[in-house]
Ligand binder design. Structure first.
Ligand SMILES: [Zn+2]
Length: 187
């Protein structure tokens, strides 16, 4: 029988690991698994996330308790080993020191980011904030339109937390500039 989101939530709550879980993400992977459509990616991090969901699903099926461990994956910048630091609640690459913080369920909040890209992500957020603070669009409209403009890039998933290459940055800036011009035309 197909696993429903209430099966998932019930299991997570029973194991005391419900807080911080992105139920929508888990369910999209679970549906793919159960429909035989699951494909692994070429990202070590994405595959680790998929494997986490697989493990949870197999625990649900076997009625086994799930204990969360940090994910194991390679750095998306340099391929180095990544370690989880529980005090800072973040993953950090042992080689290049790129970092990403984690949700309460130890899923990383995006990809590992170097200091430089961390600054760029803040800038992108600021640019977007300015659009809805000063323009015609609400915050939701800004994010919806942005996500439409970049949704043909599956790796991005419309998340500034996933911006980690120069190409991603260019894509985002381009979308923001388009949004800005649309907002001016409306006036
Ligand atoms: Zn690295």
């Amino acid at each position: 029988m197909a696993t429903s989101s209430s099966d998932l939530v019930t299991h997570l709550k029973a194991c005391n690991i419900f807080v911080g879980v992105d139920v929508k993400y888990y369910m999209s992977i679970i549906n793919d698994i159960e429909n035989g459509k699951l494909e692994m990616t070429n990202s070590s991090l994405e595959n680790a996330k998929i494997n986490r969901v697989k493990d949870v699903l197999s625990d649900i099926k076997r009625g086994k308790r799930t204990t969360l461990k940090p994910l194991e994956f390679e750095c998306n910048h340099c391929g180095g080993n990544v370690r989880f630091y529980s005090r800072a609640q973040e993953y950090s690459c042992l080689e290049c020191k790129a970092k990403v913080t984690a949700h309460a369920d130890l899923m990383p909040k995006g990809t590992l980011v170097s200091k430089r890209f961390a600054r760029i992500r803040v800038q992108l957020h600021n640019e977007l904030d300015e659009l809805w603070r000063t323009g015609e669009m609400t915050r939701n409209e800004v994010y919806q339109k942005l996500s439409k403009k970049i949704s043909h890039h599956p790796s991005m998933a419309a998340h500034i937390g996933n911006v980690s290459t120069n190409e991603d940055v260019a894509l985002y800036y381009h979308a923001i500039i388009q949004l800005r011009s649309e907002s001016i035309v409306k006036q």
